[in-house]
Design a protein around this ligand. Structure first.
Ligand code: NAD
Length: 295
């Protein structure tokens, strides 16, 4: 199938590679020319802009940072809606505000373009392996039509969560849990270090028990090495928690932990660490404690 793919960042690039490996023909576009060049060298075709891609493909995927980026790529000048053929399908895999997903889908509907929101969890390693978890909102038939042929070429699980926006609501829940888990790991392992117990031994002792998690397995080794190569950038997690706060305010749901962690991430951001992996929350604890987790 011919697929237009817009947004060739940390996640988009490996997702494109897996789609090409599955035999799909890709037309790609990104604001960053180097990203386009890299995928064209690997067999993708070059799209001039988002409108051009939409006029050449009936299925499009967007993998962009935030709600304003998706709105620009879909509704903006030379955006998807300028070129889209009626009946085409847009799969937005970016993590954006659920309300923004509904707004974009409503504009798409006016032009006869179908849209599902399908954000992912798993990060760069699972994007490379093709084992992402994909959470989907929209029309169930649109989901079923692309589940096997497209979504499960990039992921190992694709779950239908409800109407448009439900994918992103599910993703917010995921991001709240990941944020709280990373900060809990930093706090707990720093306590052990300060109290004179080797964090490596703590990791070995507890990772198989109730406190163990995919987050602990992925992030504690990074924290101990002081290796904060992204991965998932601090700036993107601030964005997700901001969207969680906005959504909670909209629906009157209580948030206690998320704003706390968001402020730790914000502290990192204003201290020049917005582009580090979110495991850099550990730097916040290291600064407070005057101790490092590694070494
Ligand atoms: P990224 O910043 O690495 O990549 C985004 C790409 O989109 C960039 O190459 C940028 O140039 C491009 N872009 C922005 N606006 C554009 C536009 N209008 N037209 C064309 N291209 C445009 O981000 P990422 O890490 O790949 O994340 C993408 C999305 O996936 C985000 O919503 C993020 O929250 C989510 N996500 C990321 C991870 C992760 O571990 N990195 C994991 C799960 C979900």
């Amino acid at each position: 199938m011919k697929i237009g793919f817009i947004g060739l960042g940390i996640m988009g690039k490996p997702m494109c590679r897996n789609l090409m490996k599955a035999g799909h023909e890709l037309i790609v576009y990104d604001l960053v020319e180097d990203a386009v060049r890299e995928l064209v060298a690997e067999g993708a075709a070059r799209g001039a802009d988002s409108a051009w891609i939409a006029s050449h493909c009936e299925t499009m995927i967007t993998m962009l940072p935030d709600s304003p980026d998706v709105k620009a790529a879909v509704l903006g000048k030379k955006g998807i809606l300028e070129g889209a053929k009626p009946g085409s399908l847009l799969i937005d895999m970016s993590s954006i505000a659920p309300v923004a997903a509904r707004e974009v889908a409503a504009e798409c509907k006016i032009k006869g373009l179908r849209m599902i929101d399908a954000p992912v969890s798993g990060g760069e390693p699972k994007a490379i392996d093709g084992t992402l978890t994909i959470m989907v909102g929209g029309n169930r038939e649109d989901f079923e039509a692309v589940r096997e042929t497209i979504l499960l070429k990039m992921g190992s699980a694709a779950v239908y969560c409800g109407d448009i926006g439900a994918g992103n609501t599910t993703k917010l829940a995921n991001q709240i849990i990941v944020a709280a888990n990373i900060s809990a790991c930093s706090e707990a392992f720093m306590l052990a270090k300060k109290a004179g117990v080797d964090p490596g031994l703590v990791f070995d002792a507890i990772r198989g028990g109730l406190a163990g998690s995919a987050v602990m397995d992925a992030k504690i080794p990074m924290m101990r090495e002081g290796n904060y190569t992204p991965g998932f950038r601090v700036a993107l997690h601030i964005k997700d928690l901001r969207n969680a706060v906005d959504t909670a305010h909209q629906f009157g749901s209580p948030l206690q932990l998320s704003p706390l962690v968001m402020e730790m991430l914000q502290w990192l951001s204003i201290n020049g660490d917005a582009s580090l992996d979110h495991s850099a929350i550990n730097k916040f604890y290291e600064r407070l404690s005057g101790e490092t987790l590694g070494g």
